[in-house]
Design a protein around this ligand. Structure first.
Ligand SMILES: Cc1ncc(COP(=O)(O)O)c(C=O)c1O
Length: 445
């Protein structure tokens, strides 16, 4: 770890910056990263850290990827930005055309914004104004998963779990109807909850993280039950928003998690991997009937939402370059290799003591450790896990007792071996945390 005396960049940071999700009084100094290369982040002092979580799930093809860098650089020298009301530009059109050709067939329009939270805000506004424009403004309740996370802006917080992080804002968050996540074994129960919720008047939309709830601890559920849920919503005229901010661009195996569904969402949200992890950008896509509900001679029916950097040409260029890499055969092979390696590792550890459950879909692997009864161990354990990873020169961000891998697609077999090694060491740490087992009677003396 850097120390106050040895790391000038960390010192300068400490004097002027305020970091996200960080208790600034007690957090150790940040590690100053000066370069990225493939799956590695290189610190000011030359230490190399393996990025096991794609820098908060954004990076797809490795850091400072030359192809993306080249396209971004070309775009910077051609057109860095132009306002997107009354104007358009080639990369925005090209990206929308390419994405719509890849997305589920019903997706017809692309609305650009800045990040995952704004992509979600736009989706929520589309749903609410859709019903407003149709003359049903009373339809404004959203259904959401109890443990979901959709971002940090107010609308996104409102449709997310009422967890400790949002507690100061609870009084200002609009009310929603929560349902449980239909994890394996609980499908019928949750479908019943959904059916009850759908009988309430004024339900407008159902928003969900498809197949994997990231922040909840990589909680996974099946495409079959999600298909069933969307179908039920549609039978009640409820619009469905698939938040693919984390799952998009190959994370769950196919290009989009929604590709595994047989009933399609009406609205989809993207960010993170959209630009391959190069620039901040979000986008929301929707089916034709939603777009058409905003068409009118009356200006007030338009979607009055926009950001200064909407459809930034440089971000669009990065997204086009990243999409080209994602669609190449090589990337499919890389993702398959990671998926196979995860499956083998899962088989190796899932039955061992200290492991509660191992979950796996596509390039995402989550190990839920079993620290015994006392959940009070969780925060201590989380910090111990984090430190163990950093000491092993690996970047991981444990979610309580869940440690997950979500590596860039260029991560090699050797690099995965290193990551699995850290997960094995974490199991040993958990075994040390566990209270000593009581010995059977006959073993005493
Ligand atoms: C599913 C999901 N939606 C939305 C967001 C918010 O994205 P951003 O951090 O870019 O605002 C996240 C971020 O982790 C996410 O995982």
């Amino acid at each position: 770890m850097p120390t106050l005396s040895s790391t000038s960049l960390a010192n300068r940071d400490h004097a002027v910056l305020w970091h996200p999700y960080t208790q600034m009084q007690t957090a150790p100094l940040p590690i100053p990263i000066v370069r990225g290369e493939g799956s590695w982040l290189i610190a000011e002092d030359g230490t190399r850290y393996l990025d096991g979580i794609s820098s908060w799930w954004v990076n797809l093809h490795g850091h400072a990827h030359p192809h993306i860098a080249e396209r971004v650089s070309e775009q910077l020298q051609t057109l860095e930005h132009v306002l997107f009301a009354g104007f358009t530009h080639p990369t925005a059109v090209e990206l929308a055309e390419q994405l719509l050709a890849l997305l589920p067939e019903n997706q017809a329009r692309v609305f650009y914004s800045d990040n995952g939270s704004t992509a979600v805000e736009v989706a929520l506004k589309m749903v609410l104004q859709y019903f407003h424009n149709l003359g049903q403004p009373e339809r404004r309740t959203f259904l959401c998963f109890r443990d979901s996370y959709h971002g940090d802006t107010f609308g996104a917080m409102a449709v997310s779990s009422r967890g400790a992080f949002t507690q100061p804002f609870w009084p200002l968050l609009f009310e929603v109807e929560f349902i449980d996540v239909p994890v394996p074994g609980r499908e019928a129960e949750v479908l019943a909850q959904l059916h009850t919720a759908l009988t309430r008047p004024n339900v407008a939309g159902f928003i969900f993280e498809p197949l994997v709830l990231g922040t909840a601890g990589m909680v996974m559920y099946s495409p079959a039950v999600l298909t069933e849920m969307i179908r039920s919503c549609h039978q009640h005229g409820v619009l469905c928003i698939s938040d693919e901010v984390m799952t998009g661009f190959g994370r769950t195996g196919p290009l989009f998690a929604s590709s595994l569904l047989t009933e399609q969402p009406d609205i989809m949200c993207f960010s993170k991997g959209l630009t391959g992890g190069t620039l901040a950008m979000g986008l929301t896509t929707c089916a034709a009937p939603i777009y058409e509900a905003f068409l009118s001679d009356d200006k007030m029916r338009a979607l009055f939402h926009g950001h200064s950097y909407t459809a930034n040409p440089v971000a669009c260029a990065a997204a086009l370059a990243s999409l080209e890499l994602t669609r190449a055969e090589r990337c499919t092979q890389q993702r398959q290799a990671i998926e196979d390696a995860h499956a083998a590792f899962r088989r190796e550890i899932e039955m061992l003591p200290g492991i509660r459950q191992v979950r796996h879909r596509g390039t995402i692997l989550a190990v839920e450790y079993d620290p015994g009864e006392g959940t009070s161990y969780f925060s201590r354990l989380r910090d111990a896990f984090y430190q163990l990873a950093i000491d092993s020169h690996v970047v991981l961000r444990p979610l309580g007792n869940v440690v997950y891998l979500l590596p860039p697609y260029c991560t090699t077999a050797e690099e995965l071996t290193l990551l699995y090694g850290v997960l094995r060491q974490m199991r040993e740490l958990v075994l040390d945390f566990l209270p000593a087992p009581t010995l059977p009677e006959y073993l005493h003396d």
